[in-house]
Design a protein around this ligand. Structure first.
Ligand code: CP
Length: 307
């Protein structure tokens, strides 16, 4: 795996191996590259979880992190993303983790640079490592995906998390349903799942996955009053009470408390929101491992436990 740009880059077998490697790291397993690997994290959009967990993952694997902040880089002088990546390649960087507000920013890079690219989120496009950490969280809970019902609720249209998760979950055999404001739907995503009213879906879903309202992608139009949204489409205390036994709550975060989910439910017994964040470190270790193995030319199917 030279790059990880979108979940469709991964076969079911790839996903299964990444989840297995992540669990190996959670269980205390070790792995490190054969030689120094230089990596830079290029975040053109704000982030707490993805940026920090990639950095923790990189440190745990012993990678050499080259500090890069967009605001103090030559991007502020007008240097393009393409020239930035070509520059990092020229000075010896092996891999870059990139978050950018432009959908498919990576199309202008792939094939034009030898640097491995790991997508940490592109606009409304894709968020592959978020999907993988969500899958790990679901697998830890239920053991497998077949027959599970996953309700993805909220700002579907602007959500790279919804797109990535709908792709992986359906391929793994789960049923995906979408809920939320109809004007925030996405016809393309409905190919992977149907619409269901929130009041019925919370009663039947195994996983209630709430999405953040992405105000930054709405412009002036389309913002909703927080309380109106919460009552109409949020996980209220009353809706949580109707969730089926054993079902869990997920949210990629950051959470708008009392909007997508009642404040008191963010850390309730059903919530796996902070577990998702913890899993993000180990998933990113597993993704980095596969990328580096490809650089080293070692077999990606090699059993990690034999190392
Ligand atoms: N879930 C997620 O991508 O969070 P950040 O924007 O904080 O990285």
């Amino acid at each position: 795996m030279k790059h990880l740009l979108q979940t469709s880059d991964l076969t079911i077998n790839d996903i299964s191996q990444i989840l297995s490697d992540a669990q190996y790291f959670i269980d205390g397993g070790n792995w490190s590259p054969k030689k120094n690997v230089f990596i830079a994290n290029l975040f053109f959009e704000n982030s707490t979880r993805t940026k920090c967990s990639f950095e923790v993952a990189q440190r745990k694997l012993g990678l050499d992190i080259i500090p890069f902040e967009v605001g103090t880089s030559s991007v502020s002088k007008g240097e393009t993303l393409y020239d930035t990546v070509k520059t990092l390649e020229a000075i010896g960087i092996d891999a870059v983790v990139i978050r950018h507000n432009q959908d498919r920013y990576f199309d202008e890079l792939v094939g034009k640079s030898d640097v491995s690219i790991i997508n940490a989120g592109d606009g409304c496009g894709h968020h592959p490592t978020q999907s993988l950490l969500d899958l790990l969280t679901i697998k830890q809970e239920f053991g497998s995906f077949k027959g599970l019902k996953v309700a993805i609720i909220g700002d579907i249209r602007h959500s790279r998390v919804a797109r990535s998760n709908a792709d992986t979950l359906v391929r793994l055999g789960a049923e995906v349903v979408f809920s939320g404001p109809v004007e925030w739907f996405n016809d393309e995503l409905l190919e992977n799942g149907s619409y269901e009213d929130i009041d019925s879906t919370v009663e039947t879903a195994d996983v209630v996955m709430l999405l953040r309202i992405q105000h930054e992608r709405h412009g002036e139009k389309g913002t909703k009053a927080a309380d109106d949204y919460h009552q109409a489409f949020g996980l209220t205390i009353e809706r949580e009470r109707r969730m089926k036994s054993g079902s869990i709550i997920m949210h990629p975060a950051p959470v708008n408390r009392n909007v997508e989910i009642d404040d008191s439910l963010v850390e309730c017994k059903r919530s796996r929101i902070f577990k998702q964040m913890t899993n993000g470190v180990y998933i990113r270790m597993a993704v980095l491992k596969r990328t580096i193995e490809q650089m080293e030319g070692s077999g990606q199917n090699e059993d990690i436990n034999k190392k």
